[in-house]
Write a protein that binds this ligand. Structure first.
Ligand code: ASP
Ligand code: MG
Length: 421
């Protein structure tokens, strides 16, 4: 008998039929003798709809009220799933995040889980019930409702798995696992059987939407094994765990892309100590999540500083950029929203020279201009024109030998929670 946590995303619980299908899956798993906890997201696009509703009544909604609103999406799906299980004659109980003691810090909209008090879940499991927990939400020590950031149910699931010492955290989604690239962009993309935490972290951080970044960090920090798999079939998915010798040691694990960031440039700032510090202090104060940074060659003691940041932070970033321009007497600032970041990720990069050279030559041959470059020990990222993203990702996928030659079927394009952005 094992204790398992299963997480179902918004697509997997998107309709009453799909909720019934999830109910049957949970019941089938329990029938094998396992203790089963389900963590679920809001149905389909409910969270997006709630965000829209908020902006219809207020241009800059208070963060606390936003969390109050967004946390309702998951409350609907947990109750419906518990009802669907009851309809099948099994016993289930649903809990909100606060009810099961998912304690977070007070940062509304992107709260971090500090503790999961497993006792209430364990008690209900002990009573032979299937336990259903609302993803994406928690409560501060002084009782405020928080949410964990978009896609946060993955993190809830991993945290619950750590909190009750589950054998595995199975993340069910609308794709078969972690792919070498977004199959909507690269029909020859392959599913990975296993991937180490480090490479998965880089993939998640650079645009692979299949697992939320924070869930992978949490899993690595607490040694939780993740099995990322499809809710529409029984095929094994991708295991995410500590890399070891038995794991296939690919030089490159995948090519990711991300079109969610924009590029900001502050022009003609004085080139002297403290300027970069000031620019990024102002951005940090405005809660702008800065990613890649470049400073151009200085001419006549002045220089340009460019950086990327999420488009969702742009309202605050523009304001901060204007403040910086005034404060430094810089010339002006500009925003380019037509950019994409593409990244090559692989643990083997550390020991194989020439990966960067091959990446840049491949992009050059494909006629893709590189705007910015950044690296970590196992990732190389380039900012390019958004229009070239498909061409660039496909060229790199082929060049690094990731194409699945067996792929003949066309992958139909369609938006879902699992595939990369
Ligand atoms: N419902 C939330 C969202 O759409 C959380 C999640 O799906 O994991 O971001
Ligand atoms: Mg989701």
């Amino acid at each position: 008998m094992a204790r398992v946590v299963q997480k179902y995303g918004g697509t997997s619980v998107g309709t009453p039929d799909r909720i019934r299908a999830v109910a049957r899956r949970l019941i089938a798993r329990k029938a094998l003798g396992d203790d089963v906890v389900a963590v679920v997201s809001a149905m389909g696009h409910v969270t997006d709809e709630l965000v829209e509703l908020a902006s219809a009544v207020c241009t800059d909604p208070p963060d606390r009220e936003m969390d109050m609103l967004l946390s309702t999406g998951e409350q609907v799906s947990i109750a419906l799933l518990a009802m669907a299980i009851h309809a099948e004659g099994e016993d289930a109980v649903s809990f909100t995040g606060p009810q099961v003691g998912i304690v977070t810090d007070p940062v509304h909209g992107k709260a971090k889980i500090q503790e999961v008090r497993g006792d209430r879940i364990l008690e209900a499991l002990g009573q032979g019930r299937i336990v259903i927990v609302a993803g994406f939400q928690g409560v501060t020590p002084d009782g405020q409702i928080t949410t964990l950031g978009r896609g946060g149910s993955d993190t809830t699931a991993v945290a619950v798995a750590a909190g009750i010492d589950a054998a595995v955290c199975e993340i069910y989604t609308d794709v078969d696992g972690v792919y070498t690239a977004d199959p909507r962009l690269v029909p020859a993309a392959r599913k990975l059987d296993a991937i180490g935490y480090e490479a998965m972290l880089e993939m998640a951080a650079s645009g692979a939407g299949v697992l939320q970044l924070r869930s992978v960090e949490f899993a690595r920090n607490h040694g939780v094994v993740i099995h990322c798999r499809s809710s529409f079939n029984d095929s094994p998915g991708t295991i995410v765990r500590e890399a070891d010798a038995t794991m296939e040691q690919a030089i490159i694990s995948g090519v990711t892309h991300d079109t969610s960031e924009a590029k900001l440039t502050i022009r003609d700032v004085p080139d002297r100590p403290g300027v970069a510090a000031l620019v990024f202090t102002r951005m940090a104060e405005a809660n702008v999540n800065v990613d890649m940074i470049i400073q151009n060659v200085s001419e006549d003691g002045r220089t340009d500083i460019s950086f990327t940041a999420p488009k969702t932070d742009l309202v605050r970033a523009r304001k901060a950029a204007q403040d910086v321009v005034t404060e430094l007497e810089a010339r002006t600032w500009s925003v380019d929203e037509g950019v994409a970041k593409i990244s090559l990720v692989g643990a083997g990069m550390k020991t194989h020279p020439g990966v960067a050279a091959q990446m840049f030559s491949t992009l050059a041959d494909a006629g893709v201009n590189i705007d910015m470059i950044s690296t970590s020990s196992i990732r190389i990222s380039c900012v390019i024109e958004a229009e070239k993203v498909g061409t660039a990702v496909r060229a790199l996928h082929t060049s690094f030998g990731l194409d699945d030659d067996a792929v003949t079927a066309e992958v139909s394009p369609g938006a879902g929670e699992g595939a990369g952005k």
